[in-house]
Design a protein around this ligand. Structure first.
Ligand SMILES: NC(=O)c1ccc[n+]([C@@H]2O[C@H](COP(=O)([O-])OP(=O)(O)OC[C@H]3O[C@@H](n4cnc5c(N)ncnc54)[C@H](OP(=O)(O)O)[C@@H]3O)[C@@H](O)[C@H]2O)c1
Length: 374
């Protein structure tokens, strides 16, 4: 008969007594608690877009793709073989992200192009360069955004949140529509937030200066405009093979909160760290909505819908009000007036526009009424 070694004897001697173990509830409580915590965390993170098509020979523009949700969308779509254009305002960060995505996905068709949504000129320049470089555009993801930043006016005279989140993207989309139609089937995906349901559009004071600026209200207005625009555009594109949907990524732990105490105040950031970890999605989770709308066959022909947690969802009644959608569309055309014409004229048009603007420099309050056109 074989003898057990001393090490084996020691091992068995030191094993906890199974009877004693099962006499206590602690192991079950700990295992149950850990399981519940894990399950809850997975529920918060939401569904993943597991399927979806490969994107070989497809060209994609993603705005604000140097960080947060945009970067994760870009990484996923690059993994599917698409040609990905990261449209970002920060050149250093944009180039660095493009390099990282190329390395990680081994897709060499990922590149940066400068786009600052706070400047109509920059949007025009971007479109002009893009159209010179590329023949097709299949997916446009209007993702860039800012949230509750301090009051500031862009060089075009609009509230920064309104122009970044909505009006800059409105101009960009209008200028790329011809290419999207020619490349059809193609998809436009706009990114909104639950704040859209709290918003209203103040056409008489679009920069919300008269009643005292509230960053929260300005953010809600900009996101409501994104939703209204999506539904109006989907109607305009009814007879084309270009779809247009709007997605809500959910609450994700990203730099979009950089102007809130949660991110800007060290003490609050550290104290709330565990709650943030527990209750917020990762950027990768928030990216799933846009990835779902950009790649899956289920939504290939779906247009004018709102998506949350990778499925169609209800949206506040105001956002589907056709009169409000039309009013915003007509006002937006006036706000960007001149910009669309300028891109058709190429760079020279841009210069003309600059000259016109310089000649037109009027006191702020008067020029605002003229821009709004009411
Ligand atoms: N995170 C959330 O909880 C949440 C919830 C609902 C909706 N969203 C929406 O999701 C989208 C992505 O946000 P995120 O969470 O990923 O935030 P993020 O990490 O702050 O990313 C926002 C991106 O937009 C870019 N951007 C800002 N202003 C721009 C401009 N003028 N021109 C071009 N790009 C500009 C930023 O560039 P810089 O790096 O140069 O600033 C950044 O790349 C936003 O539309 C946001 O409103 C987010």
């Amino acid at each position: 008969m074989a003898h057990r070694s001393k090490a084996m004897d020691d091992f068995f001697a030191n094993m906890p007594n199974p009877d004693a173990m099962f006499q206590s509830w602690w192991p079950f409580l700990i295992a149950g608690g850990a399981g519940t915590l894990y399950g809850f965390r997975q529920w918060i993170r939401g569904p993943k877009c597991i399927g979806g098509a490969k994107l070989h020979n497809k060209t994609v523009i993603i705005t604000g793709a140097n960080g947060g949700i945009g970067r994760e969308i870009a990484m996923n779509l690059a993994n599917r073989g698409g040609k990905i254009v990261l449209a970002c305002r920060n050149e250093t960060e944009g180039k660095k992200t493009a390099e990282e995505i190329r390395k990680e996905t081994e897709n060499m068709d990922v590149y940066f192009m400068k786009l600052d949504l706070n400047s109509f000129q920059s949007v025009r320049d971007f479109v002009s360069r893009f159209k010179k470089k590329e023949k097709e555009l299949h997916i446009l993801i209007n993702n860039a955004g800012v949230m509750m930043c301090p009051q500031e006016t862009t060089e075009d005279g609009f509230d920064v949140q309104f122009q970044t989140n909505y009006l800059g993207h409105f101009l960009l989309t209008e200028l790329l529509l011809d290419m999207l139609k020619e490349s059809a089937p193609s998809r436009i995906i706009n990114v909104t937030a639950s704040a859209q349901n709290l918003g209203d559009i103040d056409f008489e004071d679009i920069n919300r200066e008269q009643k005292g600026y509230s960053p929260g209200e300005a953010y809600a207005q900009s996101k409501m405009a994104v939703a209204l625009h999506t539904f109006q555009l989907a109607k305009r594109l009814k007879d084309t093979k270009v779809t247009c949907n709007v997605v809500n990524p959910g609450i994700c732990n990203t730099d979009v909160y950089r102007h809130l105490p949660l991110k800007s105040k060290k003490f609050i950031r550290i104290s709330f760290g565990p709650f943030v970890w527990m209750l917020m999605k990762y950027a990768e989770d928030g990216a799933q909505m846009a990835i779902y709308c950009a790649t899956t066959d289920e939504v290939a022909e779906v247009s004018g819908k709102y998506f949350k947690e990778c499925k169609e969802a209800e949206i506040d009644g105001k956002c589907i009000d056709p009169m409000l959608q039309e009013q915003l569309y007509q006002a937006s055309l006036k706000w960007i007036k001149g910009a669309t014409q300028a891109v058709e004229d190429g760079a020279a048009g841009g210069e003309k526009e600059k000259e016109k603007k310089a000649q037109k420099k009027e006191p702020k309050s008067d020029s605002k009424m003229e821009r709004v056109g009411i």
